[in-house]
Design a binder for this molecule. Structure first.
Ligand code: HEM
Length: 396
């Protein structure tokens, strides 16, 4: 360990290599051991690997701002202008109010039954086949069936959505080879969204349909409408696919936890929290420091970037007893997997609804889950999810 700027601990290894993406936890452990603030010399940012500092930073959105982007590279920070994610203060409130009400629990009440029915049908088909890919055949189907309709994405143009959404996350990391390869697909998604907004080929009654009415009324610009469309479609697929496939994997490797859930379905909401805590779908996002400040006694200069490491905070041994144990009975509700403070996930009620519906459908039909072949991890700077996860479902 060397000292970084202002005498904070420094960490040299690249935490965005393929091996670090596949197995990040040893890096997180070393970073947490080094201190509450660690200078990542490779990436030129101050990392916050522990829970307390991550939470405090997310809640102090006047000092640690998102309006200059939450990515680790300037190109993506420019490209994501206009989004809710990329804004501060009153402008953030305004953007959030334009859409987020459509995803509040009470707005989703009518959708809950449809989501349950869809989940049951997906699990029925998979259980009949017995051996399936938990990513393609279980985890992807529900988010794809639900969110694009809600947002209003044209029905005949959905083949590339998951790939485009993944690329749009990937480019929010450092400007490494991985990000460079993803830029063309992320830009394709942006161009496509612009065309949809221009031609108004969105579904009637959808979120973007409502935004187009605001464009007509002159309260929202067309550019803003496009940014908000991306803002809601891009983070809505990979994240939930990650949560559902991680759930399948975790319950396969913890059959006693599966039995607990089957015996007491009342544990489902907390199981969703524990899944998102244990294998956080989003690794980390950055903030820009507005004025000279301190974090845990370390001076941080104005203009620096700090990296809020949700996934490491959720395994912090200072916050969690036995953090590397997966236990659906623990009090997991305070995890940071959906963020915290002003920018806390606007789609979390929907993500919880979808993940819970899949768990309910699975406990009704499946006795045991076995991983039946070597899984692969998606290579992505931001999202931690399986690319493929072969499983066998033993029917109840
Ligand atoms: C398990 C699934 C999900 C996880 C783990 C997740 C995680 C997160 C996290 C950590 C943030 C905070 C970003 C920050 O601190 O800057 C966030 C923000 C956001 N999420 Fe999610 N998300 C999920 C699902 C969804 C879904 C389904 C949607 C939309 C339908 C969505 C839409 C958004 C939006 C719009 C924001 C920005 C909110 C703001 O800046 O005010 N997310 N999400």
């Amino acid at each position: 360990m060397r000292n970084g700027p202002h005498n904070v601990a420094s960490y040299g290894p690249n935490i965005y290599t393929k091996s670090a993406v596949v197995d990040p936890y040893p890096h997180y452990r070393r970073l947490r051991r080094l201190g509450p603030v660690v200078w990542l010399s490779r990436h030129g940012v101050y990392a916050l690997p522990r829970y307390a500092e991550c939470k405090a930073t997310l809640r102090d959105d006047a000092t640690f701002i998102s309006g200059h982007g939450v990515a680790l590279n300037p190109i993506s920070n420019r490209l994501s202008r206009g989004t809710t994610l990329n804004s501060d203060g009153a402008e953030h409130d305004r953007r959030r109010k334009l859409v987020a009400h459509r995803l509040l629990p009470r707005a989703l009440r009518d959708l809950a039954e449809t989501i349950d029915d869809l989940a049951a049908a997906i699990v029925d088909t998979a259980a009949r086949r017995r051996t399936v890919d938990a990513v393609a055949d279980l985890a992807s189907a529900l988010p794809l069936a639900v969110v694009p309709d809600l947002v209003g994405w044209p029905r005949d143009e959905r083949g590339l959505l998951i790939d485009w959404g993944g690329a749009t996350f990937d480019v929010l990391g450092p400007l490494n080879r991985q990000a460079v390869m993803s830029f063309p697909r992320s830009l394709q998604m942006l161009r496509f969204a612009r065309r949809v907004v221009r031609r108004r080929t969105v579904l009637e009654g959808s979120i973007v349909d409502e935004l187009l009415a605001a464009v007509d009324a002159g309260t929202v610009s067309r550019e803003q409408c496009t940014a908000l469309m991306i803002d809601y479609i891009a983070p809505s697929l990979d994240t939930t696919i990650s949560a559902i496939s991680n759930a399948v994997s975790l319950f396969a490797s913890h059959p006693e936890q599966w039995q607990l859930l089957k015996n007491d379905p009342g544990l489902i909401p907390n199981a969703v929290n524990e899944i998102v805590r244990y294998e956080s779908p989003l690794r980390a996002f950055a903030r820009l420091v507005r004025h000279d400040t301190e974090i845990a006694g370390a001076p941080i200069p104005a203009g620096a970037r700090v990296l809020v490491m949700y996934a490491s905070a959720n395994r912090d041994e200072r916050e969690w007893k036995d953090p590397d144990a997966f236990d659906i009975r623990r009090d997991a509700g305070r995890h940071l997997g959906f963020g915290n403070g002003a920018h806390a996930c606007a789609g979390q009620a929907l993500a919880r609804l979808e993940t819970a519906a899949m768990l309910r459908a699975l406990i009704n039909r499946v006795d045991r889950i076995h991983v039946s072949g070597p899984p692969t991890w998606a290579e992505n700077n931001i999202i931690r999810r399986y690319q493929s996860l072969p499983v066998t479902l033993e029917s109840a």
